[in-house]
Ligand binder design. Structure first.
Ligand SMILES: Cc1cc2nc3c(=O)[nH]c(=O)nc-3n(C[C@H](O)[C@H](O)[C@H](O)COP(=O)(O)OP(=O)(O)OC[C@H]3O[C@@H](n4cnc5c(N)ncnc54)[C@H](O)[C@@H]3O)c2cc1C
Length: 471
């Protein structure tokens, strides 16, 4: 007779105490449940459990700790890293904890830990409320909030985590606690930036904002010869807007740009206001005669949906963050970044889907919050770059990781040599990182306090799938 393994004992125990769905390899739905944004992530979990309540999550955490079985927490599954996967272990998939409850008078919105932003948008229809969200609505509330959270409304209301009022957290010992400014305030401090390292957040409590549709947004596609004009506009926009207008500019090989052979430019534009006021702000861009133009007045919810079809999971993928100050020199893009993208295309087959994205969000609002007020370390007056590289062959995995760091280094050198002072701390934006950075470089001045709090809340490091806070 064979001796049961820890994973078998754990599975039997969870099946005995839980009523929720538990999938093992081969079960219907298992293959889909382990899919992640990045196909290169080892993801063959021995068990995928779909808790439906904080008590379910608590029982899973306790059992995993008891049998010393490694586990990961999954929400929107958009990290390109191993952060929400557990090869050979357990995935706690929060998809069934997806309630959204709004209180109109207080503007408080309570969101289940497994929600995607689309769940939030659907629940807010007709409520005249809007929240700061990620700009692609099938990303998870969980990962984005716990690691920062940039989006169209961040220049008006701050980062997503700055709009968090409280959270219910399942800790490493299985206890279920509330974290807020008045309860477990040190935990509340830690989860706003490094939440992935401290527990499973089963419920978020956010402050929403009064809102009236429509807003104005869309995609504007340009060929490379308009690079100077588009980025020059972005530089001026960050200076001139009060936070109501923002733009994210992507460089990639779009089908519209010389049959996809040349790098093209996609400016994703947003204006918090009507079409008339938007067109006045964006006139210099519109006058360039974009070859793609989907801009229109629409609901905030539909803006959050407009990139979802484009941004599809799949393929081997790495992401890496970097930061720039405005004005960003177009010469840097034309003479350094575009040639690097051409070199990448020549060297790595299948890398044509790769995107380098430059965000033009006015940073003043999140810079009002002192960097030590939350664990989030990245509060300088800078803009993020998201380097998202794609390829096909496993043999290129290491090279592509190198490429992502190489491009980030080039952006860092440009900021050091031609940028202006960031007027605040600039660290790696953890949510854009493939977990290749050191936690010290993500959390900056907050790192030492996080290391101490980790010893209190998770002394055995059972939440070990994100940046390491163990020295
Ligand atoms: C297409 C795309 C668009 C993006 N847009 C934006 C954007 O607009 N703004 C922005 O700031 N970032 C954006 N990002 C980056 C994003 O913040 C990260 O990918 C983030 O990790 C995604 O969170 P998730 O819940 O979807 O992912 P997951 O892979 O499920 O989770 C990421 C990490 O968070 C942990 N986690 C998730 N939920 C919980 C929870 N409830 N409790 C405890 N731990 C949890 C997981 O364990 C994992 O370690 C984008 C990424 C992609 C791929």
């Amino acid at each position: 007779m064979s001796v049961p393994t820890d994973i078998q004992l754990l599975t039997d125990e969870l099946r005995a105490v839980l009523k929720c769905s538990i999938l093992t390899p081969g079960a219907s739905g298992y293959a889909e449940s382990i899919l992640r944004w990045n196909d290169a992530v080892p993801n063959a979990a021995a068990l995928v459990v779909f808790p439906e309540s904080p008590e379910d999550v608590s029982a899973i955490v306790r059992s995993c700790v008891k049998y010393k079985v490694s586990f990961a927490v999954a929400a929107g599954k958009h990290t390109t890293s191993t952060g929400s996967s557990c090869d050979g272990g357990v995935v706690i998939d929060l998809a069934r904890i997806n309630h959204v409850v709004t209180e109109l008078e207080t503007r408080i919105v309570t969101v289940g830990g497994g929600c995607r932003w689309k769940d939030v948008d659907d629940a807010l229809v007709g409520q005249n409320l809007a929240m700061v969200e990620g700009i692609v609505n099938d990303t998870g509330v969980g990962g984005i909030t716990l690691g920062g959270g940039y989006g169209w409304l961040a220049p008006r209301y701050g980062l997503i985590l700055d709009n968090l009022l409280a959270a219910t957290v399942v800790l490493a010992d299985g206890s279920i606690v509330v974290a807020s400014r008045t309860e477990n305030s040190d935990l509340f401090w830690a989860i706003r930036g490094a939440g992935q390292c401290f527990g499973v957040v089963v419920e978020f409590v956010f402050l929403a904002h009064e809102h009236r549709d429509p807003v104005w947004a869309g995609l504007l596609g340009f060929t490379l010869d308009q690079l100077e004009a588009v980025f020059g506009f972005g530089n001026r926009l960050v200076e001139s807007t009060n936070g109501d207008s923002a733009m994210v500019v992507q460089l990639s090989r779009y089908p519209f740009s010389r049959q996809g052979r040349e790098v093209g430019i996609m400016a994703v534009v947003f204006h918090y206001g009507d079409a008339e006021s938007a067109q006045a702000v964006f006139k210099p861009l519109l006058d360039l005669g974009p070859i793609v133009n989907t801009t229109m007045a629409q609901t905030y919810a539909s803006v959050n949906n407009m990139m979802t079809a484009e941004a599809k999971r799949g393929g081997r993928n790495v992401s890496k963050g970097a930061a720039f100050t405005t004005p960003l020199r177009p010469e840097f893009l034309r003479e350094v970044i575009v040639p690097e993208m051409d070199r990448l295309q020549a060297e790595i087959p299948g890398s044509d889907r790769s995107i380098i994205e430059f965000e033009f969000y006015k940073p003043d609002k999140w810079c009002e919050v002192p960097v030590t007020a939350t664990a989030h370390g990245h509060r300088g007056r800078v803009q993020n770059v998201m380097i998202g590289l794609y390829w096909n062959d496993e043999q290129d995995d290491v090279r592509m990781e190198y490429w992502s760091r190489h491009i980030a280094d080039l952006v860092a050198v440009e900021r050091a040599t031609h940028g202006r002072p960031a007027e605040g701390p600039v660290t790696e934006y953890g949510n854009y990182d493939h977990l290749s950075a050191h936690a010290r470089d993500v959390y900056g001045v907050n790192y030492a306090r996080l290391v101490e709090l980790k010893k209190v809340y998770d002394p055995d490091n059972v939440f070990n799938k994100w940046f390491s806070l163990v020295e």
